[in-house]
Design a protein around this ligand. Sequence first.
Ligand code: HEC
Length: 130
Amino acid sequence: MRQLISFACLILTIICAACSGSTNASGDALPVGDASRGAALFTQSINGAPACNSCHTLDGSTLVGPSFKGYAALAPTYVEGMSAVDYTHNSITKPASYVVSGFANLMYGQYAQKLTSQQIADLIAYLLTL
Ligand code: HEC
């Protein structure tokens, strides 16, 4: 029995490693995003996770996080050598890895688990139209 449990743990560890590999993949490996679906997702609680617009506005005003006014032009400027898609993907799935200057690390941290890669791709496509 004990051996069975450790075997099951081993399998789970391998599966989890594979999952995190795919969510950590660069934006290039994402499915094609749909900006209009992303716009709808932006204002919805998804799979128990808070809606993006509970912390982010589109009009330049600051809630908990930065506004996305003018985001498409700003996104490629934050981290040298990181494309806008990769930066946005990273910001959604690993918000603590780069914290925008002037803000605290307060972004909800479970989107990588709660959103599908299609939903993440849709949100990225939407943000990069702003
Ligand atoms: C609980 C509040 C909160 C929620 C909910 C939230 N965010 Fe954030 N977000 C933040 C904060 C605070 C920052 C700035 C700190 C940082 O960079 O992690 C941020 C930063 C970002 C950035 C980088 C912004 C920039 O100007 O460089 C992106 C992109 C982003 N969030 C996308 C999203 C998306 C998409 C959602 C919904 C799926 C979302 N956030 C939900 C609080 C939140």
